[in-house]
Design a protein around this ligand. Structure first.
Ligand code: ZN
Length: 263
């Protein structure tokens, strides 16, 4: 895949959603436009043309703005390429994806590999190019998405696919959940020095109302308990939580996911 020459910008939406914008001169692509109004403001303010929309999954805070943005373009005589999970029949989709495809955004001169990451939803996909990952609600900094549709096994497999990407891969997830995630991560791994250091940095960033995203795959492997379920000390604490011996990565993942849901 070619070296990308776009820049990445953010539109903040709702309480804690990040809508990512890929920008190449006057053309933009938007990832998960949950809210049309903030996207339309951005388009007007920057005087840009929306050519592509990338959807990771079907939840309303990721697709809520889709129809209005397509209509906005249509009124200008423009078509919108909409990439979305095949499993969900999302209105407006022009390219339905289920993983292992390569998509090319012509106006942005960039290609993405599509990765199938079921768990949070069954159709959830992620988009990867070179050193950039848009992973929706699958992997967060210090955490992972809730299992609304998939099984612990599916989510654990999906996260394993993401951890195979290079350590320098920047993780553009869809929510600013980092601080709350790290409070939980410290319950699982109170003695993880990398985690303690990162927690202190994040506290400082959030006190100044700064974003903690993007993270990187390398950092997440050091601090995110959901990516560390292969480690014996995580099996031990997961066993304590479920009050039963936990013997493998999937069981440990299922236990700490349940623990986080109830924390
Ligand atoms: Zn979601």
């Amino acid at each position: 895949m070619s070296q990308p020459n776009y820049s990445i910008d953010v539109i903040k939406a709702f309480n804690d959603n990040y809508i990512w914008v890929l920008k190449n001169q006057q053309h933009i692509a938007i990832v998960d436009p949950g809210d049309a109004s903030v996207c339309l403001d951005y388009i007007a303010r920057h005087n840009v043309i929306l050519t592509d929309i990338l959807i990771t999954h079907h939840h309303p805070d990721h697709i809520g703005g889709l129809t209005k943005l397509i209509d906005h373009n249509e009124a200008l005589g423009l078509t919108t390429n909409v990439y979305a999970p095949a499993k969900n029949n999302i209105a407006g989709t022009t390219t339905a994806l289920s993983g292992n495809e390569i998509i090319t955004l012509d106006k942005l001169n960039v290609s993405f590999e599509v990765i199938d990451v079921p768990g949070h939803t069954l159709g959830h996909i992620a988009y990867f190019n070179h050193d950039v990952l848009f992973c929706g609600d699958t992997l967060f900094s210090g955490g992972c998405g809730r299992l609304f549709e998939g099984s612990p096994e599916q989510m654990s497999d999906s996260l394993a696919k993401l951890t195979k990407l290079s350590n320098s891969t920047k993780v553009y997830c869809s929510h600013e959940y980092t601080l709350a995630n790290l409070h939980f991560a410290l319950m699982v791994e109170p003695e993880n020095v990398d985690l303690l250091n990162y927690f202190n940095q994040v506290v400082e960033l959030r006190e100044q109302d700064q974003m903690t995203i993007p993270s990187t795959i390398g950092l997440e492997k050091k601090i995110n308990p959901f990516l560390r379920c292969h480690l014996p000390h995580i099996h031990a604490i997961a066993s304590e939580y479920v009050n039963n011996p936990v013997n493998n990565e999937i069981e440990a993942f299922a236990a700490i996911r349940r623990w986080k849901d109830n924390a």
